[in-house]
Design a protein around this ligand. Structure first.
Ligand code: NAP
Length: 350
């Protein structure tokens, strides 16, 4: 028998959609993604981008304070184990904790979960067909796509060569590795992510050079001030990384910087290069099947609705939003998608 609602994705949008769909007795099934090295490298592991961040200060309902007591009582002990920083945790909630709580909240209402990637969908058949990497095919009357977005890389061959040996797009995942401790590091980007990465890395590194291609940061003022106030962070204005330098034995040893305002290059010694230069939506499995923007983000087809170009398919979170991209807006559109799916099922007598 076909499912009522299948949700693809396990970030704030996916779990919020699941919580609402489960409470509406739609018995949702979530594909949360697979735990593979490939997904780790490209930042698409289950629980989404928030699981790759540190403290979350701006998600309403999670104020600063001792949340460890609350978390211990709320989570299954098996999932609690290994959450970073839980013992000394006295300030706001962390991204991984928030995601575990959302997942558990969805499970508590009866959400079923498959830990696999969706690799293809057939949106022409009714019900729709959803194909997973391990070969499972599920039929469903409605589909909520909440697959989020992943970090971009510069696209240099030398960057590819040193991935896992000094090049990373996730300071929180990799920053504490021995190869980076007490070493000079480079972060590329000028947005909130770049500052967040640089601030996180500054805890372990000898110094952090934030390389930005312009002479003004894109980041919010409060984040900018954090970078300016941190004595370990130096901002290298008007430069881009031209080449990653290193050896097979040592990994990254330096980057070559190119000025964006003069005809000049120079080498900056470092043991690590962290990219924070924006995101790409995870929509490759949908190519040609749903209307997307030039950048691949799914297009919502009506104002303040999560409907897409295929009736019965809804999109939520960063996969359809290259503008707000916040945990709380993703959660909000996840809720909307579940309500839209519920109304669609009623209208279609499904
Ligand atoms: P973003 O705001 O799009 O910033 C990307 C940065 O990378 C920009 O400074 C951009 O330079 C630079 N860039 C892009 N392509 C580049 C290239 N090829 N070479 C060199 N530099 C390049 O992305 P984000 O920082 O990931 O933030 C995304 C969203 O998440 C934002 O809405 C942000 O507010 C939010 N966020 C919030 C927090 C927080 O509040 N704690 C933390 C992280 C992210 P230009 O400025 O020149 O375009």
């Amino acid at each position: 028998m076909a499912e009522q609602v299948v949700i693809i994705g396990s970030g704030p949008a996916g779990w919020s959609a699941a919580i609402y769909a489960a409470r509406a007795a739609l018995n949702p099934l979530v594909f949360e993604g697979a735990i593979t090295e490939e997904n780790r490298l490209q930042g698409t592991l289950p629980l989404g981008q928030l699981a790759l961040t540190t403290e979350v200060e701006n998600y309403a309902g999670f104020p600063a304070g001792r949340l460890d007591t609350f978390l211990s009582s709320a989570l299954d002990p098996a999932r609690l184990q290994g959450l970073p920083g839980i013992d000394e945790h006295v300030h706001a909630v962390t991204g991984p904790e928030l995601m575990e709580l959302m997942r558990q909240q969805a499970v508590n209402f009866g959400t079923r979960i498959i830990t696999d990637d969706v690799v293809d969908v057939d949106l022409e058949s009714r019900p729709f067909r959803v194909m997973a990497r391990e070969g499972e095919t599920i039929e469903t009357h409605t589909l909520i796509v909440a697959t989020g977005a992943r970090a971009n890389y510069l696209g240099l061959p030398s960057e590819e060569r040193f991935k896992n040996r000094g090049v990373s797009a996730c300071a929180v995942c990799d920053g504490a590795l021995p190869r980076f401790r007490q070493r000079p590091l480079v972060v590329v980007g000028g947005g909130d992510s770049a500052i967040e990465e640089a601030t996180h890395l500054a805890k372990y590194a000898a110094r952090v050079s934030l390389v930005h291609r312009r002479d003004a940061l894109r980041a919010s003022r409060i984040m900018q001030q954090r970078a300016f106030d941190n004595p370990k962070i130096e901002i290298v204005w008007n430069h881009v990384v031209d080449e990653v330098l290193g050896t097979d034995d040592d990994g990254v040893t330096a980057v070559r910087l190119r000025s964006t305002v003069a005809d000049a290059t120079r080498e900056l010694p470092c043991s690590g290069l962290f990219l924070a230069i924006g995101h790409t939506p995870n929509t490759s499995f949908l190519r040609g099947k749903l209307d997307t923007t030039d950048k691949g983000y799914i297009r919502w087809t009506a104002a303040f609705r999560t409907s897409t170009s295929v009736p019965g398919v809804f999109a939520a979170g960063d996969v359809a939003d290259d503008y707000y991209r916040q945990a709380i807006t993703s959660a909000g559109t996840g809720c909307m998608a579940a309500l839209d799916a519920e109304r669609y099922l009623v209208e279609q007598n499904l």
